[in-house]
Design a protein around this ligand. Structure first.
Ligand code: SF4
Length: 228
């Protein structure tokens, strides 16, 4: 199977539910602020997690766990391999959440009918996706699609000072005007993909609170929620 990490019980990954969290290796982006760099660059040295062992674990915990979350790395790089596994997870009655950077539209469609909740990163304004190694027009299509089903999308942005200021965040907010919620998480520099990112000082939470309030006022609704 494609899993290289497993957090058996999480109370925060699936809102309001108890979940088990599986991590896949590799990513097609290179976000400087990535906080799981080992999954991106050193995945071959990580242990393989047997999908059958995970399914057996899920069978034994029916009624104790609610959901399975797949994160990474970029799960949609493994959409073909994940599909039969997630079908069996679904048969057991679990909710499924998949995190993605939104860069693989066909692969997104491959899993769409199985996924109850998508966690989609919205990294920068679409025209600037080259800064994280991707193409904004594909991410825009994925985001438009998840936003059509309002309840199944969790849109997140890591606020990283070299990429974000109030102007860029306002531009992104206007695209998300109709989204149920937009989560901001502050950048942490303890573990990063780019060595230069370790030198970047995160914005103070008080500034993010101020920008949140400015944007929510501009949109006349509580779109932005901080997860600091
Ligand atoms: S932050 Fe996510 S999308 Fe970016 S490199 Fe890391 S795993 Fe990939």
């Amino acid at each position: 199977m494609v899993f290289r990490g497993w957090h058996r019980v999480s109370h925060i990954e699936y809102p309001g539910r108890i979940a088990t969290v599986l991590f896949v290796a590799r990513c097609n982006f290179c976000c400087p602020f990535c906080h799981n760099p080992e999954l991106v660059t050193e995945s071959e040295s990580l242990p393989h997690i047997d999908g059958e062992e995970v399914l057996e674990y899920l069978r034994k915990r029916l009624g104790l766990l609610d959901a399975v979350c797949v994160t990474g790395g970029e799960p949609l790089l493994w959409a073909r391999e994940l599909r039969p596994f997630l079908e069996r997870v679904k048969e057991l009655g679990y909710l499924i959440k998949v995190d993605t950077n939104g860069s693989l539209y066909e692969e997104f469609l491959t899993l769409e009918d199985l996924v109850d909740l998508w966690g989609v990163d919205f990294k920068v304004p679409f025209a600037r996706y080259d800064l994280v190694g991707g193409r904004g027009e594909v991410v825009e299509r994925v985001l438009q699609r998840v936003l059509k089903r309002r309840t199944c999308a969790e849109i997140r942005t890591t606020i990283y000072p070299p990429l974000h200021d109030l102007v860029t965040l306002l531009e992104m907010a206007r695209f998300l005007r109709e989204a149920p919620v937009w989560y901001w998480q502050n950048f942490h520099r303890e573990k990063t993909l780019s060595p230069e990112a370790k030198e970047v000082v995160p914005y103070p939470p008080s500034l993010l609170e101020k920008w949140r309030d400015t944007i929510n006022r501009e949109l006349r609704r509580d779109l932005v929620t901080l997860r600091l």
